[in-house]
Design a protein around this ligand. Structure first.
Ligand code: LAG
Ligand code: CA
Length: 482
């Protein structure tokens, strides 16, 4: 069978959650490609439920953001645009040097509703004409509801530590596919292979814990190579907290895993939970496998994603400068394949991104208040370049004040300092860079022979004296000397 885990390092990825395809394409061309992002993760592109009435009374929005996690078929007729728009987006992004990674919802189908964005009608546990694999259909026999494998009384997952429940029962009431059967595996692989054929480079696998390693491995073995001739990225969503083979660590032999435990450590370092005190980023001297996380080489790391920005596990855009600082720190840390999360603002957990009355997501507008556009933040763009330049250079010259100011170098290539405290701090530290005057790439850009922002002088002994602003960072790199 095809070799596993040989997918190339995606570089820095932007996670443009629920940006429509036209807007993703434009962002690839205008921002992501020029800044050196290597990839972009996009929201689930398959046809999904389109609600026609409100649910049980606890939800007040007809088209909440989460409709896209309820697949109806595998045509790419989604809230984010048409199949033609999706294809064109992938092509445009690839031309800009940005590879596209898709959120693949393959554990389940819908839990509610009767019509889809693609205009199809369905009943739960019966989805005709899926649009792949000779228009295969799913019938009752393709769901665990009817296979007898789910041991819970309700048919839902009641015990997240019970292996059979986790794999075979329903996650939040969603129709659980029999991913243990050849027919379902073939159908799912046909969907993913269609995406690979369009130039997609890999997948964030939704609810991977609930699919389980044997089924994930069997589906992956059916996947074609990417158009670049490499194996697709297979980034598995596995929440921590489960015992043994339900732990994220136990999925690292099946693929890359999402850094969901790291998210909490980052939150607690930058902002103590739950009382919103400032923690200590000095704790981040140890971060990664040594702080109990999955190995960086097997981890997609991020400060937040669409679930954790809502559920309290993570910092989010509402943390403002502190959230930007944490994202800059992640880019500097060297841990995992870092993602920069950029989505829409919300006041309730169900809020949709800006959309038509029909639920179609409208173009991203970074000038209004509706989209966060964190991927465009100038300091983050500077740190994407810094990250790419320092590459795998070892961290050295760690310094901290025991509280909320830290500084470190990456080989002789780059040096960076972060201040998570309320007052500017003047520090004198060893940088590891050679003597010279450098452009601070967080606040400026080298243009011609000068810097559009402040500069930092490294003395003959490699030391520099720098004032780091409150909730701010400074960064220099050897190839940005002025
Ligand atoms: C995921 N990873 O494993 C996604 O990251 C997460 O965002 C998805 O939940 C979940 N798994 C299923 O793909 C989201 C919302 C849920 C929503 C679900 C399906 O967080 O709240 O459930 O998508 O749309 C909704 C209702 C539930 C209801 C369910 C089925 O909120 O009350 O039971 O639909 O009708
Ligand atoms: Ca399952």
């Amino acid at each position: 069978s095809a070799p596993k885990l040989s997918s190339p390092d995606p570089g820095v990825m932007a996670n443009l959650f629920e940006w429509n395809w036209t807007s993703v394409a434009k962002e690839c061309t205008d921002v992501l490609g020029p800044a050196g992002y290597g990839g972009v993760q996009v929201a689930p592109p398959q046809d999904s439920v389109k609600r026609t009435k409100l649910g049980d009374g606890s939800d007040t929005i007809l088209h909440p953001w989460w409709e896209v996690y309820q697949p109806v078929d595998y045509r790419l007729t989604s809230r984010m645009g048409s199949e033609a728009e999706f294809k064109s987006m992938v092509k445009t992004c690839r031309q800009a040097g940005v590879k596209v990674y898709v959120d693949a919802v393959i554990n389940h189908m819908t839990g509610q509703g009767d019509t889809s964005y693609g205009g199809r009608t369905f009943e739960r546990y019966a989805y005709s004409d899926l649009g792949v694999n000779h228009n295969a259909s799913y019938a009752n026999s393709d769901f665990h509801k009817y296979s007898g494998d789910c041991p819970s009384a309700s048919g839902g997952i009641e015990d997240f530590n019970n292996l059979a429940q986790v794999r075979y029962c329903e996650l939040v009431g969603l129709s659980d596919l029999r991913t243990d059967t050849t027919k379902v595996r073939k159908t799912l692989a046909a969907y993913l292979n269609k995406l690979l054929g369009y130039g997609v480079s890999g997948f964030r696998v939704d609810a991977a814990k609930h699919i389980g390693q044997p089924d994930l491995d069997a589906i992956y073995a059916r996947l074609h190579n990417t158009v670049d001739g490499t194996r697709p990225l297979w980034a598995l969503e596995v929440f921590g907290g489960g015992p043994g083979i339900l732990s994220p660590q136990a999925f690292t032999s099946s693929g890359t895993v999402l850094g969901l435990d790291g998210v909490k450590q980052i939150r607690d370092a930058f902002k103590s939970y739950p009382d919103a005190h400032v923690g200590s980023i000095a704790t981040l001297k140890v971060f990664g496998a040594d702080s109990g996380l999955t190995p960086g080489g097997k981890t997609l790391s991020f400060v937040q994603n669409h679930d954790t920005e809502r559920n309290g596990d993570a910092l989010n855009y509402k943390d403002g400068a502190r959230n930007i600082l944490a994202t800059q720190w992640l880019l500097a840390s060297g841990y995992g394949t870092p993602q920069v999360y950029s989505a829409f603002t919300f006041s309730t957990n169900d809020d949709s991104p800006p959309a038509t009355a029909d639920g179609m997501v409208t173009n991203t507008d970074c000038s209004g208040g509706a989209w966060t556009c964190i991927d465009r933040n100038a300091g983050i763009l500077g740190m994407v370049g810094w990250h790419n330049y320092v590459g795998k250079a070892q961290r050295q010259n760690w310094w901290d004040d025991g509280a909320n100011v830290i500084a470190f170098g990456r080989g002789a290539k780059g040096w960076v300092a972060f201040n998570n405290g309320p007052e500017p701090k003047k520090i004198t530290v060893q940088t590891g860079l050679s003597a010279g005057t450098y452009c601070d790439v967080v606040h400026g850009k080298k243009s011609g022979g000068s810097c559009t922002g402040p500069t930092i002088t490294v003395r003959g002994n490699g030391k520099a004296t720098v004032t780091v602003g409150a909730t701010d960072a400074v960064a220099i790199q050897a190839n940005r000397r002025v």
